[in-house]
Design a protein around this ligand. Structure first.
Ligand code: RP5
Length: 168
C-alpha cells in the first residue's frame, strides 16, 4: 500500500455515504488516500492534530465534506498551507444550501475551493485532485486523460428504453 497523498475528511459517519464517492473516484484514478472523521465542532482537538501533522506525512491536499454549519473545510484551510477542496453536503432544514454557503464564503486569504452539493461535488473534488496532482506528475496526467476518455466512451448515443421506430 503506497503512502496516502490525499486526505478525505468528513464531519460525521453520516457523511460517508456521499464522501465515499470521492474515495471511489480516487481509487479509479489510482490515488492513494485516507479517509477520516474529524469534526470541527465535535472533535476540534483531533481535527487540529490531524491537519497540522498531515503535510509532513506526505499529504498533498485535502477534500473536506460536511453538512449543516459546515466549518470543516474552512477550519482545515485555516490550519494548513495545503490546498483544501470543500464539498457541501445536504441534510438538515436547508438541504445543503446552509453547508454550501458555510463552505464557500471564506474570508480573503484563506481559500476553500468549493464544489457542488453532494455526490457530484464529492466526485468532482476527487477528479480535480487528480488534475491538480497531474500538474507536476506526467503519469497522473495520463491517468486523468484515460479516466476522461473512458467516461466519454461510456456515454451511449441513444437512451436505453427508447422505442425506436414506434409511432408517435
Ligand atoms: C455536520 O453535521 C456533519 O458533517 C454532518 O453532515 C452533520 C450532521 O451530523 P450527524 O448529526 O449526522 O452526526 O457536522
Amino acid at each position: 500500500m503506497s503512502q496516502p497523498i490525499v486526505s478525505i475528511l468528513m464531519g460525521s459517519q453520516s457523511d460517508w455515504s456521499v464522501m465515499e464517492h470521492a474515495s471511489l473516484t480516487l481509487n479509479e484514478l489510482g490515488i492513494a488516500h485516507e479517509c477520516k472523521i474529524t469534526s470541527a465542532h465535535r472533535t476540534p482537538d483531533r481535527h487540529h492534530a490531524y491537519v497540522t501533522g498531515a503535510a509532513e506525512r506526505g499529504i498533498k491536499l485535502f477534500i473536506c465534506g460536511a453538512g449543516m454549519a459546515a466549518h470543516l473545510a474552512g477550519m482545515t484551510a485555516a490550519l494548513t498551507h495545503l490546498p483544501v477542496f470543500g464539498v457541501p453536503l445536504a441534510g438538515g432544514a436547508m438541504d445543503g444550501l446552509d453547508s454550501l454557503l458555510s463552505t464557500v464564503q471564506m474570508p480573503g486569504g484563506i481559500p476553500v475551493a468549493t464544489f457542488a452539493i453532494g455526490k457530484a461535488g464529492a466526485k468532482n473534488a476527487a477528479v480535480m485532485a487528480a488534475q491538480t496532482l497531474a500538474m507536476s506528475d506526467p503519469k497522473m496526467a495520463e491517468k486523468v486523460k484515460a479516466f476522461r476518455a473512458a467516461q466519454t466512451a461510456a456515454v451511449p448515443e441513444e437512451p436505453t428504453g427508447w422505442q425506436k421506430g414506434a409511432a408517435a
